[in-house]
Design a protein around this ligand. Structure first.
Ligand SMILES: [Mg+2]
Length: 316
């Protein structure tokens, strides 16, 4: 037997028990899963749940919160999934209908209505909901593309700047430290020249995967550009961040990467460490400090970790 598609849930809010029961029977017969509410307050609760139905049939006239009020309040919530609202009304004046649609209803039916008409309008609603969901998926996919580096799947530089600002505000507010690591592959140009760019890509990919597995859930791991990576480590003080940097350096140095069955290669990394608040209070300052530390690690021979040190004495 083929798997049956899950039934589409439809909210019916109606204060008249006979009408409620009638619509419930119709919906069930048409293959929907009815969710019942006896007044506007109940309907509101159902619509606030995480798994709220995407289709709602609301009676306009209900005691307490009426269908129109539910409509209005729902439309003020911009960050929730779209709910298609079909308003049921005994009102037949044009001005009433304009008011109903103005409150955010997608469609309306005047009581008494025919079964066929309700069925047809629900079907139209289903189509709108499907299009809305498709739009949401597309928007999420676009957002994901905009903040990810396509090669490694890590966050990109654009997202790094956004995340660093956010994490700094949080650190400041909570009086917590924040570690920043800037990490660079040693002799990557030579690696590419020797093994080719496909191997270079495999190495970057491998490094991205290592960084992901060696960080905590709250850390933000980004490809900063080329062979340079940045890690944001919320809540991490300087000594712990330095130790973490060295563990990463060792783990990467001991690992090897295979590419297209052609070979096995290893590499080392240099890491610069900076920390909020002692090395800077802005994202730019922290990145500059980590970059300067990285530069020192390179100059002192690579495959090492360097912590940002402010120069106390100017060179004579
Ligand atoms: Mg009513």
């Amino acid at each position: 037997m083929a798997d049956e598609a899950p039934k589409i849930r439809v909210l019916i809010a109606e204060d008249d028990p006979t009408s409620l029961r009638l619509v419930e029977v119709m919906l069930t017969k048409w293959g929907y899963q009815p969710v019942l509410a006896r007044d506007g307050e109940e309907a509101w609760k159902v619509l606030q749940a995480d798994d709220a139905p995407k289709l709602a049939i609301l009676d306009w006239m209900m005691p307490g919160k009426d269908g129109l009020a539910v409509c209005r309040e729902l439309r003020q919530q911009k960050d929730r999934p779209y709910v298609y609202i079909l308003l049921l009304t005994a009102k037949t004046h044009e001005s009433d209908l304009i008011e109903g649609l103005g409150a955010g209803a997608d469609d309306y039916l005047t009581k008494p209505f025919s079964r066929e008409e309700l069925h047809a309008r629900l079907f139209a609603g289903e189509r709108i909901v499907a299009v809305q969901e498709e739009l949401t998926r597309a928007r999420e996919a676009l957002r994901e593309q905009a903040i990810r580096d396509p090669l490694t799947g890590l966050f990109n530089r654009r997202y790094l700047e956004e995340a660093l600002g956010r994490e700094l505000r949080r650190a400041e507010h909570g009086h917590e430290p924040l570690g920043v690591l800037m990490l660079d592959l040693d002799y990557f140009k030579d690696f590419n020249d020797t093994h080719g760019h496909a191997a270079g890509d495999a190495m970057l990919n491998h490094l991205g995967a290592m960084l992901e597995t060696h960080t905590r859930r709250e850390d933000v791991t980004c490809r900063y550009g080329g062979e340079e990576f940045v890690l944001i480590l919320p809540g991490m003080p300087l000594d712990v961040a330095s130790r973490r940097a060295d563990e990463l350096r060792q783990a990467i140095g001991q690992s090897t990467v295979a590419w297209e069955g052609k070979g096995l290669a290893s590499t080392t990394v240099s890491v610069g460490v900076a920390c909020f608040p002692q090395h800077g209070t802005t994202g730019e300052a922290l990145l500059a400090a980590a970059d300067q530390a990285l530069y020192r690690a390179k100059r002192e021979g690579r495959d090492r970790v360097a912590v940002y040190a402010q120069r106390v004495h100017e060179p004579v």
